[in-house]
Design a protein around this ligand. Structure first.
Ligand code: NBP
Length: 487
């Protein structure tokens, strides 16, 4: 039975799916937790239902909630992201004292977390914005937790957050300090972007096996189950195998009755927008977002399918060998996607003045979250070998895998083009790989065109970088270069 005379170690506001499961997870680890929800029925339902007998202190007003907390007070918000968070911060801060702590565990956009951390620091209140991944199941039994914010806040909640987090296969907590102000929510955003990329790659592999190779669901189930025992061992591959085996009531695969029009909540888009703003070519995640957008043009596609011509060839060749090619293309593309994700985090670190623990980030994603995989253990090892690793593709292990996989990868992209099977993520990752490893790109032509029509100037290969030249290409224009706009 709950010892309700004891003050609570932490309080959770927002007892919907995530909040109530986190409360119960905290209780399982020996913490006393105060709970508050705007609609009081949810609080009652929790303590009389699944949380019955647990060390939960139900509270029905903000004053009662604050009074139930041990000092320094730790208030965790698990409410809808956006304005609601600001409103709740405004209503709770007058009741808090210097040194108390607010933790936002919702899916907040990182610029909001930067703003809130700074505003609250001015009032002496500590703030953490933490990404939490793993959905309902993760919240109940161990999510991946990515906290950032005011560094002074970390020692105060470190034990609670690490205790309730998922653990890696080696027993390490999938929760570590990410960095200052918005760093935790930023890393969660990139995690979600990578999740979009992983899902798109797996979907392309499935579609290629189905349409290109004409494989049955049983055969594809076997392939994904097999892949899950090797280098691609991951939660998303595992659930894909399950989905392929799942039968509808009539005994046919349920998957084929699901409308091919993908939804999205926006975190992939945020990653893409941020990558564009910072000029980092995170091509695979952006392509994955656009692939969902294209799928959502369902009615247009039905019309175009009847109108636009293209090949509809079946694969001719060694099917077993081609399935292995697809596996290798998936692995190589995945390396590119994670390399791009970490490139983005590295740029954000510079842009926002953070100090990111890269190996820690890989470790946090190893368990509890949707992208958990054995592969992330390899990434952690790469950052352990070289903490300032510039690009994941340059690590000896990943460089070797890319070299080993590239013939298969090229074969898959070429076959897709020949058969008319869309494979945007496989293709864009290969294009990025070839672009990144090119000491020369056709950007000299772009610079010449920019200078031709807009006098934007160019640098020369036979002169030091930093010297700019303009050519009067037609003999009609002037010698004056444009310094004020970029096209
Ligand atoms: P929701 O995102 O559905 O939010 C519902 C909670 O917000 C309820 O407790 C609700 O109170 C409260 N709330 C709202 Br709505 N407006 C409020 C207001 N004006 N003042 C106070 N409380 C208000 O809940 P969730 O799915 O549990 O997610 C919580 C957070 O965790 C979100 O930011 C979500 O993005 C994030 N997240 C969710 C998942 C997931 O799998 N669901 C995974 C990872 C992260 P009420 O009961 O009175 O309406």
């Amino acid at each position: 039975m709950a010892d309700t005379k004891r003050k609570a170690d932490i309080g959770v506001v927002g007892l919907a799916v995530m909040g109530q499961n986190l409360v119960m997870n905290m209780c399982d680890h020996g913490y006393t937790v105060a709970g508050y929800n705007r609609t009081s029925e949810k609080t009652k339902d929790l303590v009389e239902g699944p949380g019955k007998g647990m060390a939960i202190i139900p509270t029905y007003s903000i004053e009662e909630f604050i009074d139930a907390l041990e000092k320094p007070r730790k208030v965790m918000l698990m409410v809808k992201a956006g304005e609601v968070v600001d409103k709740f911060i405004d209503s709770v801060t007058p009741h808090l004292e210097e040194g108390d702590l607010i933790i936002d565990g919702g899916n907040s956009h990182f610029p909001d977390t930067i703003r809130r951390t700074k505003a609250l620091a001015e009032k002496g209140i500590l703030y953490i914005g933490t990404g939490i991944s793993g959905g309902e199941e993760g919240a109940r039994h161990g999510p991946s937790i990515m906290p950032g914010g005011n560094p002074k806040a970390w020692p105060i909640v470190r034990n609670i957050l690490q205790d309730i987090s998922a653990k890696t296969r080696d027993g390490e907590p999938c929760c570590d300090w990410v960095g200052q102000d918005g760093a935790g929510h930023y890393v969660k955003m990139v995690h979600n972007g990578i999740e979009y990329g992983d899902m798109q790659l797996i979907s392309e592999a499935y579609y290629l096996m189905k349409t290109g190779l004409g494989m049955t669901h049983e055969e594809m189930h076997e392939v994904f189950s097999e892949w899950n025992r090797g280098e691609l061992d991951s939660y998303l591959i595992e659930i894909t195998a399950d989905i392929l085996a799942y039968k509808d009531k009539d005994g046919s695969p349920l998957l084929e009755k699901i409308l091919d029009s993908a939804g999205q909540k926006g975190t992939g888009k945020w990653t893409g927008i941020n990558a564009l703003e910072m000029g980092i070519p995170v091509t695979l995640i952006v392509e994955a977002v656009f692939a969902r957008c294209l799928s959502a043009l369902y009615d247009e596609r039905q019309l175009a399918a009847k109108t636009l011509a293209g090949p509809s060839k079946k694969f001719e060749g060694d099917r077993k060998a081609f399935v292995e090619d697809i596996r290798q293309a998936l692995l190589a593309s995945k390396i590119v996607s994670y390399a791009q994700g970490f490139m983005l985090i590295r740029e954000a670190e510079k842009e926002y003045g953070w100090d990111i623990n890269y190996g820690g980030v890989a470790n946090m994603w190893r368990g509890g979250c949707i992208i958990r995989s054995v592969f992330l253990g390899n990434i952690k090892e790469a950052f352990d070998r070289k903490p300032d690793l510039y690009n994941l593709m340059l690590d000896d292990y990943f460089r070797g895998v890319l070299e080993r996989c590239q013939d298969s990868w090229r074969n898959v992209v070429a076959q897709c083009a020949r058969m008319g099977v869309p494979a945007p993520a496989f293709s864009t990752s290969l294009a990025f790989y070839d672009g990144y490893r090119s000491s020369q790109l056709p950007a000299n032509m772009i610079q010449a065109q920019r200078d031709y029509f807009g006098a934007h100037t160019y640098q020369r290969t036979d002169r030091p970088k930093g010297e700019f030249f303009h050519t009067n290409w037609t003999g009609k224009g002037g010698e004056v270069s444009a310094g004020t706009y970029n096209a």
